[in-house]
Design a protein around this ligand. Structure first.
Ligand code: GUN
Length: 296
């Protein structure tokens, strides 16, 4: 069993971006600039956004954090995005999800300029992705694809089972794995809460992506020998032994599943770190496309 080390892979992605950014700066060009909008004070969202901003700084990117109160109106959110859309010095815009119930996620996503949609959630980005056109790929699926590539994991003709059909992870990774490509070309089964014979389906899988947000859901009896297991879960579970009062738990019963696997991602230290690296890559590409018209 080999661990898919998100720390190592994300560092290699970030080091390359850091080098490229330093090169831009040496040519007196400005650095890529990410704007993040955070509404309210949800603990997990605070942590994710802080990490995104910190990683921008470490890579030499510019970043702006726009905080809005939880009672902000939808119109104010849309106006804020409208202003960021117009600003020439901003390359990427992300609005951290989830949103307060009175703010429509779809309206917010649709209002972001597709050229700055570094989360890859806009229907224009989704449509292009489905058609295999170059576009912004949502950060978590993109991070998973980068990880498969880094470790040279064989995927062609393999049966990949994705558990969870969210727009952020499950659905896009199912599309990416089924597309043509050296680290794709899988036969994909997309499972969800209404799937009846999940255990049977998982037991036949060469690759399993668990992205349903239920700690320890994927147990050893659902996994065949030498499977590749990608754990996207990152749920906060109360743990008095931790200073924070919680531990991060993946969707996989890691202790029992890991010995059966050829490769598996740990939580933490796996997919989560790749998500940020992929977001930085998207931001860098947005910068290139906006300032130079290409991504080479
Ligand atoms: N909430 C959970 N994952 C994400 C993500 O990838 N992007 C944004 N904007 N919000 C999230």
């Amino acid at each position: 069993m080999e661990l898919l080390d998100g720390k190592k892979v994300s560092k290699s992605v970030k080091d390359a971006l850091k080098l490229e950014t330093a090169r831009l700066r040496s040519l007196q060009l400005r650095a890529p600039h990410l704007a993040a909008i955070l509404i309210g004070h949800d603990g997990a969202s605070e942590t994710y956004v802080a990490s995104k901003i910190k990683n921008c700084e470490e890579t030499g990117f510019l970043s702006s954090l726009i905080r809005l109160p939880v009672e902000v109106s939808e119109k104010e959110v849309l106006d804020t995005i409208g202003q960021l859309n117009k600003r020439d010095d901003i390359d990427g815009i992300l609005v951290q999800l989830p949103l307060p119930v009175h703010v429509s996620e779809q309206q917010v996503i649709n209002s972001i300029d597709p050229a700055k949609d570094v989360d890859g959630f806009h229907p224009v980005s989704t449509g292009k992705m489905v058609q295999g056109m170059p576009t912004f790929i949502p950060a978590t699926p993109y991070g998973i694809m980068l990880m498969l590539e880094y470790y040279g994991i064989p995927t062609i003709g393999k049966h990949a089972v994705v558990i969870g059909r969210s727009n952020i992870v499950g659905r896009p990774i199912s599309i990416l794995l089924s597309q043509q490509g050296t680290y794709a070309n899988c036969t994909v089964t997309l499972c969800h809460s209404r799937t009846t014979n999940l255990k049977e389906i998982c037991s036949g899988a060469d690759i399993i992506v668990a992205a349903l947000g239920k700690p320890g859901f994927l147990t050893a009896d659902m996994v065949k020998e030498n499977a590749v297991v990608i754990d996207v879960g990152i749920t906060r579970v109360a743990d008095d032994s931790k200073k924070s009062g919680f531990a991060l738990k993946g969707d996989v019963d890691f202790i029992r599943v890991a010995p059966k696997c050829s490769y598996i991602t740990p939580v933490p230290g796996g997919v989560g770190l790749m998500t940020i690296a992929a977001l930085l890559k998207n931001t860098f590409n947005a910068y290139l496309l906006r300032t130079q018209g290409d991504t080479n």
